[in-house]
Design a protein around this ligand. Structure first.
Ligand code: GTP
Ligand code: MG
Length: 490
């Protein structure tokens, strides 16, 4: 268990050289520690506890317990509960260097503070009720966000939108549970109540399961925004895989030639697709080859499959005679791509064979596909001109990728809009799935021959699982796992 009676300290700015470094203190004796280790420069005297002005910037020197000056800077005091952690908090702004911030921190430790654990400031904020668990998780997501969409989603969770959504599901179930349990405990008091409760139970559980399913469906997008996706480009040699990479990057990154077997080494580049952070990986074309260097590349391409989230399988519409060969290669990797998302990218639509689209349908029935002309883009000098993007089919490709990755269309609610709450962690997903399972059992139990006590138990268990998401029900283990992802000082 966390000891809240300690006063903790940490450097809150990242290690490195910067204009300012911030050392943060939180806990009951934050001001006491600061008082011993920070001396006002103007007055040349220690801060007087009774005269501490909150949210007032003091200028002074940080000193060691031996009285040696470490650095000069500002200090601000914020008393709890109106602070990030809900406790008395002090922030010291000193020079931003690795050694100087370490020395300032040591001065605070010398004056009685303890070094904070990773995420301990936020964990204290959680314990003190300043934020719930979905918000605490959002803190780290805001810090790590690498695209506008990821930031919007994390920001809106930090503002409590997901918490609110979950609370409203919880409230309706609590009301139901209370009524059901009262009737079961005191059946003689309101004998006529039961049929009405059962009707309400059916409706409330129906609504709650609908809401849970809706939230669960957002996990794909939530996770994609938060963690990004590995998108792997695969296909026969010369179909235009490297051209596709260049098209998505809008830059001629990979070498493109008409010689099959051009790409031998893996090329990996970061980019954003409709706000989803993506690592795009181009590989050597898949085929049997006698060339030793190329065959190493082909093996390397296969080795990438496991870690990929989404596969772009490229085929060449101007080589419909080869679709059988494409399909063979696809079948060859079929077991390793089971469960992964696959988009068939039919390239070279500018010079497609007659009947190529139908032939493609026959060879790859049931696989989501999109047609493009990657070269239309890379062959041009003015790379961002809209007509080339259109000619290439880039928008359609990006839309298809987004839809496949998130399970929703780009035209749906924008990220951050009301009603667009997302779940983003496996932990949240598992708890909501447990809750859903318990509610399905409860609903079935209510119409079945079993005792209604079991229905009440299932509703209670669903509430418990929902409570895990926001953290109203939690264990030390869950908390340690969540906060261990944080940096020290947050
Ligand atoms: N007509 C046409 N040709 C294209 C298109 N995209 C690519 N090509 C041509 O196809 C050839 C192969 O393109 P690459 O992008 O190198 O193909 P690749 O799949 O990376 O090939 P390897 O690295 O050898 O496996 C080049 O001559 C490209 O100019 C397209 O949309 N239309
Ligand atoms: Mg290539």
């Amino acid at each position: 268990m966390l000891d809240l009676s300690d006063t903790i300290a940490a450097v809150s700015t990242p290690p490195g050289e910067g204009a300012i470094g911030i050392v943060r203190l939180s806990g009951p004796d934050a001001m006491g520690v600061a008082k011993s280790a920070f001396v006002r420069r103007v007055a040349g005297e220690a801060l007087k506890t009774d005269k501490n002005r909150e949210r007032f910037l003091y200028y002074g020197n940080v000193i060691t317990p031996e009285g040696e000056k470490v650095d000069d800077g500002f200090m601000v005091f914020m008393s709890g509960p109106a602070s990030y952690t809900g406790e008395d908090t002090v922030e010291i702004f000193c020079h931003g260097g690795v050694l100087v911030t370490t020395r300032v921190l040591e001065a605070m430790l010398g004056a009685g503070a303890r070094l904070a654990e990773p995420g301990e400031f936020t964990r204290r904020a959680f314990i003190n009720g300043k934020l719930d668990l979905t918000q605490a998780e959002a803190v780290i997501d805001v810090i790590k966000a690498s695209t506008d969409g990821a930031l919007k989603s994390a920001r809106s969770r930090l503002d409590g939108t997901l918490s609110k959504r979950i609370s409203s599901i919880k409230e309706s179930l609590i009301g139901l549970r209370v009524r059901l349990e009262a009737t079961l405990d005191f059946p003689e008091e309101e004998p006529g109540e039961l049929p009405g409760i059962l009707t309400d139970l059916d409706r409330v559980i129906h609504e709650a399961t609908g809401a849970l399913k809706k939230l669960l469906a957002t996990y794909g997008e939530g996770r994609a925004l938060k963690d990004g996706l590995r998108v792997l480009i695969l296909g026969r040699p010369n179909v235009g895989k490297s051209s596709l990479l260049n098209l998505l990057l809008k830059e001629e990154r990979a070498i493109v030639t008409s010689v099959p077997g051009t790409t031998r080494d893996r090329i990996e580049e970061p980019l954003n697709i409709r706000s989803i952070p993506v690592r795009l990986i181009d590989t050597a074309g898949l085929r049997e080859t006698a060339d030793r260097v190329e065959s190493i590349g082909v093996e390397a391409a296969r080795a990438q499959i496991d870690s990929a989230d989404l596969i772009l399988f490229v085929i060449d519409l101007s080589a419909s005679a080869e679709f059988g060969e494409d399909r063979k290669i696809y079948n060859g990797i079929a077991t390793s791509i089971t469960g992964k998302k696959v988009l068939l990218v039919a390239n070279k639509r500018d010079s497609a064979d007659k009947g190529a689209l139908e032939a493609l349908q026959n060879s790859f029935a049931g696989i989501k596909s999109v047609t493009i002309s990657a070269r239309a883009f890379s062959a041009q000098t003015s790379k961002h001109a809209p007509e080339y993007i259109e000619q290439a089919g880039l928008d359609g490709l990006e839309d298809a990728l987004f839809e496949l990755a998130t399970g929703r269309t780009v035209a749906d609610l924008p990220v951050g809009a009301e009603g667009s709450e997302m779940i983003t962690s496996l932990r949240q997903k598992r708890s909501l799935e447990d809750a859903l399972g318990a509610l399905v059992r409860a609903r079935a139990g209510a119409t079945g021959p079993g005792p209604l006590e079991l229905v009440a138990t299932d509703i209670r268990s669903a509430l418990n699982s929902i409570g895990e998401v926001t953290g109203s029900v939690t264990t030390d283990e869950i908390l340690s796992q969540i906060f261990s992802e944080f940096c020290i000082g947050k």
